[in-house]
Design a protein around this ligand. Structure first.
Ligand code: FEO
Length: 385
């Protein structure tokens, strides 16, 4: 596939993967993108997951048409992109590997004693001439590993952005970009908003016409939309007004309370109310929506003097991704010593810029008149805020 006259797509679609990075469900598979620039010198940009070496090498061979690659550029050492470095060097042993010092340390860890080819170690801001084209390297630490760099090709104005602007989903499945790009960003890079913002700042200085990420589609049109989404996500700003109700329920009583709250909110005119049963939903979807919307209600039972495990896990997913800048409310259930609201509050203590609702809901085993009134008051407050 031609991206421009001289830049080609040689990546692969993975429909075998069940959990990407061992935890993210990818019902539409995953794409591992790799590119070739054909010029006086030929450069291959990144490799693909180890299980796809044959297809990837065949894609490269079809583009090269008998030429040999001069450079293998490695932007990121995570094995979904770097898994085939040694395999590539078996086929093209004359190739020079181009990357940065941190990446070469990891390369020798992943492929101990296996790589003997010449190396070019690039600096931040350094460049590599291929003839008419060149690549300028910009380091992007923690987006999403410390060795990550992106590169910019100024002749065709292409940003090779590594994981940034990537999404879940193979390229042979049509689906909207935003939802799976959000779930990907929040899940995988979400902790590193400061570093992602720094990369966006550097990118703003470049005239970019095409974004080629290592996952997801080639972005050519309406780049402002994608960059705008990234600016929102990286800054932890609210993306949309809406209320997420995330709950766990053992015997259905907490669920009934959450359903009543959802109904009350809708009756009061709340336009966007999203409900997640944390024991059954895709946790990464619930996490992504907690960052997407402005308000979050956490409802759970007291359990072993703590909270129900799925809720603990959910809150940990939020806090380890620097959850902040949202309105939060608590609903707790307990039959003899309810303390779930206290535990949830303590877990969120270090989260910045949270607005805690004055109203909360305490269910003693099952809904009664008092807790039903508390739901009404909480709904009122959430609609007011
Ligand atoms: Fe797609 Fe961080 O690897």
């Amino acid at each position: 596939m031609n991206i421009t006259k001289d830049i080609f797509y040689v990546g692969v679609n993975d429909h075998k993967v069940d959990l990407f990075e061992g935890q993210y469900r990818v019902p539409n598979g995953m794409a591992y993108n790799s590119y070739v620039i054909m010029d006086e010198k030929v450069a291959v940009l990144d490799t693909v997951d180890q299980g796809f070496d044959q297809q990837w090498l065949a894609n490269i061979e079809a583009v090269l048409q008998g030429r040999k690659p001069d450079y293998l550029i490695i932007h990121h050492m995570e094995p979904d992109h770097a898994g085939n470095i040694a395999r590539f060097m078996e086929v093209y042993p004359e190739t020079t590997i181009v990357s940065n010092a941190k990446a070469f340390v990891m390369m020798d860890q992943f492929f101990p004693g296996q790589l003997h080819s010449p190396r070019v170690v690039v600096e931040n801001g350094g460049s590599l001439s291929l003839g008419e084209h060149s690549l300028i390297f910009v380091f992007a630490p923690m987006v999403h590993w410390p060795e990550v760099m992106v590169s910019y090709e100024p002749t065709e104005k292409v940003l090779f952005s590594a994981d940034a602007f990537g999404k879940f989903g193979a390229l042979d499945v049509e689906e909207p970009w935003d939802d799976e790009a959000r779930r990907y960003y929040i899940g995988i890079v979400g902790k590193y908003g400061v570093q992602a913002t720094a990369l966006l700042k550097k990118a703003a200085e470049l005239d970019i016409r095409i974004i080629c990420a290592t996952h997801g589609p080639i972005l050519r049109e309406n780049l402002g939309h994608y960059i705008g989404k990234y600016l929102t996500w990286a800054s932890y700003a609210v993306e949309e007004e809406g209320i997420v109700l995330a709950y766990t329920s053992v015997y259905g009583n907490t669920r009934k309370a959450v359903e009543l709250l959802a109904e009350t909110l809708r009756n009061k005119g709340a336009e966007k109310v999203v409900v997640y049963d944390l024991a059954r939903c895709d946790m990464s979807q619930a996490v992504a929506d907690a960052f997407r919307y402005s308000k979050l209600v956490l409802a759970t039972t007291t359990y072993n003097a703590d909270i129900f495990p799925h809720m603990r896990s959910f809150i940990e997913h939020l806090t380890e991704r620097s959850f902040r800048n949202r309105t939060v409310a608590f609903m707790e259930n307990g039959s003899w010593a309810p303390r779930a609201a206290k535990v949830m509050g303590e877990m969120l203590e270090k989260s910045k810029d949270l607005t805690l609702c004055e109203n909360s809901v305490r269910i003693l085993s099952a809904l009664n008149e008092e807790s039903t009134a508390q739901i009404e008051a909480l709904a009122e407050e959430l609609c007011r805020k």
